[in-house]
Design a protein around this ligand. Structure first.
Ligand code: NAP
Length: 255
């Protein structure tokens, strides 16, 4: 067991698995959160074969009992948590995409259950453990599509995207929650930031994303390993621009 324990939700595939891999490669013990035991155990096995101290932990972010049990397990095994990456997320309810005026409350609620309420449920359950770590880091995996500024700014490539309600508004809520948790925890060593992976090649978008998962995980890893003088309460990650190939590197995004 190492000195630093990191929990990543939705870590059985995609950006979450790669985040676990990169944090594990830095010597952290990584807890591979997954709602499906087979998929989670398989992901942990893959990382273990790569020399990483990885352990599967059963965690469905929409289920109170599952999240409580995960917190109890971490308390029993480690007595604290150094890094929480709230990565689990879904783009839509059962693949149904719609304009705001055509969005059903049922679909909206399904997306918020995972992306927003799940994130609050996990954060609140893990906070007692994060407070026991010397300087914990919380990463809320968000998206540039949750930026109201980028959505409304005609100079941003995001302004040209079709209007939709479920996913962008869920990530806007994640952004505000990040700012509010950072405000509440400002007098503690805990830093809370939101990560923007950029358009990444995963099942999430039918592999249409143009950034490999190695790059998509970089913002989360950066925020999970911030030094003591690093920021809290920012949205950091890939910058999509209208210039050149659209790749603006990394930096802080406007909310
Ligand atoms: N890919 C992109 O272009 C992109 C861009 C910006 C932001 N993001 C964000 O990055 C994060 C990861 O996305 P990704 O692209 O890696 O997607 P992905 O490959 O579809 O992975 C999503 C992960 O979330 C898990 N998950 C879904 N519902 C869950 C629940 N109720 N409890 C626990 N885990 C659950 C999935 O588990 P199962 O395998 O069991 O379904 C899977 O492990 C998401 O928050 C997403 O919004 C992605």
């Amino acid at each position: 067991m190492t000195d630093t324990v990191a929990l990543i939700t939705g870590a059985n595939k995609g950006i979450g698995l790669e985040t676990a891999r990169q944090l594990g490669a830095r010597g952290m013990t990584v807890l591979v959160g997954a709602r499906d035991a087979d998929r989670g155990a398989e992901a942990a096995r893959t990382l273990t074969k790569e020399g990483i101290d990885a352990r599967f932990i059963s965690l469905d972010v929409t289920d109170d009992a599952s999240v409580t049990a995960a917190a109890e397990q971490i308390e029993k095994d480690f007595g604290r948590l150094d890094v929480l990456v709230n990565n689990a997320g879904i783009p839509s309810a059962s693949g149904r995409r719609a304009t705001p005026s055509e969005t059903s409350i049922e679909d909206m609620r399904a997306v918020f259950e995972v992306n927003v309420f799940g994130l609050v449920r996990v954060t609140n359950a893990m906070l007692p453990l994060l407070r026991k770590a010397p300087a914990a880091r919380i990463v809320q995996v968000s998206s540039e599509v949750g930026s109201i500024d980028a959505t409304s700014n005609p100079g941003s490539p995001l302004s040209a995207m079709p209007a939709s309600a479920q996913y962008p508004s869920s990530k806007a809520a994640v952004n505000m929650l990040t700012a509010q948790y950072a405000k509440e925890l400002a007098d503690t060593p805990i830093k809370v930031n939101a990560a923007n992976p950029g358009f990444t090649d995963t099942e999430f978008n039918g592999h249409r994303g143009i950034r490999p998962v190695e790059q998509g995980a970089e913002p989360s890893v950066h925020l999970a390993t911030l030094p003591d003088d690093g920021p809290s309460g920012v949205l950091y990650g890939h910058l999509w621009t209208t210039e050149g190939d659209g790749d603006g590197g990394y930096g802080t995004l406007s909310w």
